[in-house]
Design a protein around this ligand. Sequence first.
Ligand SMILES: Cc1ncc(COP(=O)(O)O)c(C=O)c1O
Length: 402
Amino acid sequence: MGPLGQYADQTEGYFMFPKLEGEIGNRMVFRGKERLVWSLNNYLGLANHPEVRKTDAEAAAKYGMAYPMGARMMSGQTDYHEQLERELAAFVSRESAYLLNYGYQGMISIINSLVDRNDVIVYDSEAHACIIDGMRLHFGKRFVYPHNNIENLETQLKRAKKMTSETGGGILVITEGVYGMSGDLGKLKEIVALKKKYPFRLLVDDAHGFGTMGPTGAGTDEYFGVQKDVDLYFGTFAKSMAGIGGFIAGEKRVIKYLMYNMRSQIFAKSLPMPMVLGALKRLELLRNQPEHREKLWNIVRALQNGLRNAGLDIGNTESPVTPVMLNGSVGEATQITFDLRENYNIFCSIVTYPVVPKGVILLRLIPTAVHTLEDVEYTIRAFKEVKEKLDGKVYTAEMAEV
Ligand SMILES: Cc1ncc(COP(=O)(O)O)c(C=O)c1O
């Protein structure tokens, strides 16, 4: 059954594949009861914004979910797809952008089409599954550096430079802008500085940073002021944009190349019109209503400061992603989560081994613009109590009975 599937019998429907019902927001229904939800990447609260809901509904009424039929290259092209690409490119200060049907599949194809057997990929050890899967299609070498370890990155770049000087290939470095589990940022400034010494191109997966980071929300590279040195910028609509799809942005000729070579886009149906018109509306709100990002960061600061002051370990997060790290077994993790859900009515995600090292329990909180300061205070109190119970051995090693 695999590393996660082995727990299917005890966890399905509760810890795994839980059903959250009702309108997307800070409070949703889980198992018939309202809970305070901290597990949705609806960072800016756009999922239920009235203008978003209206645009989605009108677009579906006008076009249905079928239009346009076929892949972009064959019969699925529209003015709106192109308009969205122009607007995305302008927003992230790039020459050009191209839509991806899903971020995940898009990333696989981006990597696959950028490199050949003579090229070397250098990547961070905590890279998201879509980056790992993209590299599985790569016939050439790939060198990993320990998470954010710039000294080791340089060692890998030295090796890569030597190798590509023999093969005649190039080097592609891949990092994330915001790491989605720990919330820490890819060291973009330091990585970019290495371009002076080593010839490489940089691809940044900014799934969690797009819309949340930087003065205008244009992403982690805007936050660090290095947009010009990030050759390819990847974003998804699945998080801040509360939609589906994604995009890749960069130099015009590179995007043109990707447009004609990304197999996941050439051989798959185009994004349906409601997703495209919906994304245009979300992008408009993201650009023109900074108050959503300000609200998000107010909640982020209150939550992270409060948790730290309460003695909880939230690691090195510099983004809205808020991990609470505890020590304990998988059994204890399920008991804590059960306690939080049933007795405190708090719903958050739980991450255990093998996603994090053995003995670590990571409870991940995703603050959003639609949370309130009361939600924050209540949650900090609850987490403090849970930590005290964990330290007092109130939870046992058995899996919680759900
Ligand atoms: C870092 C990262 N990259 C890529 C993706 C995939 O994006 P999508 O949900 O659009 O397929 C995610 C989403 O979970 C992500 O967190």
